[in-house]
Design a protein around this ligand. Structure first.
Ligand SMILES: Nc1ncnc2c1ncn2[C@@H]1O[C@H](COP(=O)(O)OP(=O)(O)OP(=O)(O)O)[C@@H](O)[C@H]1O
Ligand SMILES: [Mg+2]
Length: 243
């Protein structure tokens, strides 16, 4: 049975799709097959990150309309064995918890991890995804409005009954002095009221991996960061590695 992980943020652009794609890549490279499901209908981006934009025949919209089998919409990533994607619907649709449950039940034996890349905000899409989730990763950047949004998302996920809610700090400056107006990471943790599970560095190689549909460079400071995050999720006791 696959473990389902939801990736959310309050504010848009916090780095949900980046975390979803590179966490999936880290799982797959450690021989844990991973499926990404992009829920941001009408605003796809993971197909670009995985380099499969030209290969899309079916997407979430087709699954919802019953115009394809669920498996027909699963696209393997060409540069990362064990990583696959169900692309978001091209036009806005409602992805109900019933549809998500059906997809997860059908594909659960093929994947160890199913990652739900949620739309920004704390609306119905997040509530529906929450009904099918084992672990929620809430993404926040060191920006006061992003921190506030993450706290709201965390509160919604708590009301939805998700016991395991963790914070991923995204786009963290590699020099502490650039954190301003936040003084330190503790302020982000306190502000979101979530337990920290990973810190992703601001890094041009990470952005370019997402834009170019290629594997994250070994030289990126986030290469090891995502592998450590994946191992923490697998239950290993990997130190956060900064202070
Ligand atoms: N660690 C990072 N270093 C540099 N750029 C990053 C990093 N993480 C994300 N970005 C860039 O920030 C932008 C927003 O990231 P992303 O698309 O992952 O956010 P999102 O939360 O999925 O956005 P949306 O709410 O629109 O779905 C993208 O251009 C991405 O390449
Ligand atoms: Mg996104």
């Amino acid at each position: 049975m696959a473990k389902t992980i939801l990736v959310a943020s309050g504010k848009g652009g916090a780095g949900k799709s980046t975390v979803s794609a590179l966490l999936g890549e880290a799982f797959a490279s450690k021989k844990h097959p991973a499926l990404l499901i992009e829920l941001d209908s009408g605003l796809r981006s993971l197909d670009v990150a995985l380099g499969v934009s030209e290969n899309i025949l079916f997407d979430m919209g087709d699954i919802i309309r019953n115009s394809c089998e669920i498996r027909d919409a699963v696209l393997p990533c060409p540069f990362c064995e064990g990583l696959s994607l169900i692309p978001a619907a091209a036009k806005p649709v409602t992805v109900t918890s019933g549809i998500l449950r059906k997809i997860i039940a059908e594909l659960s034996a093929d994947f160890e991890y199913i990652i739900l890349d949620c739309p920004a905000g704390i609306g119905g899409a997040l509530e529906n995804a929450a009904e099918c989730t084992d672990l929620a990763l809430v993404v926040a950047t060191p920006d006061p409005s992003s921190i506030r949004g993450a706290r709201s998302a965390g509160a919604l996920l708590s009301s939805a009954g998700i016991g395991q809610r963790r914070l991923v700090i995204e786009r963290c400056p590699q020099k502490a002095k650039n954190l301003s107006p936040i003084n330190n990471l503790d302020e982000i943790i306190d502000g979101t009221e979530l337990q920290l599970i990973g810190v992703i560095w601001e890094d041009p190689m990470t952005r370019s991996a997402m834009d170019s549909g290629k594997m994250l460079s070994f030289e990126s400071p986030n290469y090891e960061t995502f592998r450590s995050l994946s191992e923490r999720i697998c239950g290993r006791n990997i130190p956060l590695g900064f202070k």
